[in-house]
Design a protein around this ligand. Structure first.
Ligand code: ADP
Ligand code: TYD
Length: 211
């Protein structure tokens, strides 16, 4: 029997907002309740995502547009990969929950190049699949910065406070620009992990039960 197409939920936020923690909690809770859930993330662990991570960790330099284009390519593979692509998983009836999707590109690359260009360069992904729900875990940049630095000796190129502030502002600019065509909800992230987790759980269950 053909199962019903699953829902696609993208979790967004600045570095340190708690996305990874929350996506893991959310997916284990939903799986334990018997839902078909496929957790995933960007940059992916596929060939292009691995190249991106390698570039970040070894400080191989490339110009900003090249890096932005690699994220576009990684996303197209994330969507269309015939083995474990998001589109395939949705067809199989999984609800796919991703830690980052194209709003991350808008925010991180739009912070230092024209936002229109970044949105345009992701138009193929947007045409292939818009999230049924974008959840933005909202924390002040200073809090994200402190959380990241409390736990890590290394600092990725995007993780200076000045950059996090720009990324935060650009996220909001992009949400405002696309509020008509995208379903976006904001969750106050500067609370206990449990409180944030309850909100994400309730929003996800609501999304999954909608027609
Ligand atoms: P992201 O994936 O958004 O970068 P993480 O989930 O890796 O964020 O969290 C960054 C750090 O902040 C981790 O050390 C995590 O334990 C901590 N953290 C996550 N959520 C909270 C929270 N609600 N309150 C305090 N610390 C948190
Ligand atoms: P990630 O591994 O999610 O970092 P973290 O767990 O610290 O949030 O993502 C790595 C970095 O890649 C992160 O700083 C955001 C950046 N990024 C982009 O610049 N563009 C994109 O399109 C995506 C998806 C991520």
């Amino acid at each position: 029997m053909q199962s019903k197409r699953g829902k696609f939920i993208a979790v967004e936020g600045i570095d340190g907002s708690g996305k990874s923690t929350q996506v893991a909690k959310l997916c284990s809770r939903l799986k334990a309740e018997g839902h078909k859930i496929y957790p995933t993330f960007e940059p992916t662990n596929g060939p292009i995502g691995s190249l991106i991570r390698q570039m970040f960790s070894t400080r191989i330099t490339a110009d900003d547009k090249t890096i932005a284009a690699l994220f576009v390519a990684d996303r197209l593979d994330h969507l269309q990969n015939p083995v474990n692509g998001i589109l395939k998983k949705l067809e199989e009836g999984y609800t796919v929950i991703t830690d980052r999707y194209y709003f991350s590109s808008y925010a991180y690359h739009g912070a230092h190049m024209p936002l229109d260009w970044v949105i345009q360069s992701n138009v193929l992904s947007a045409e292939l699949l818009r999230p049924d729900l974008n959840i933005f875990i909202d924390i002040p940049p200073q809090v994200g910065f402190e959380r990241v630095h409390a736990n890590r000796a290394d600092v990725e190129i995007y993780e200076t406070l000045e950059n996090i502030k720009k990324v935060y502002d650009t996220y909001h600019k992009a949400f405002d620009l696309l509020k008509e065509e995208e379903k976006i909800v904001f969750v106050e992230g500067n609370r206990s992990m449990e409180e944030v987790a309850t909100d994400l759980y309730e929003l996800s269950v609501k999304c999954m039960t909608e027609a």
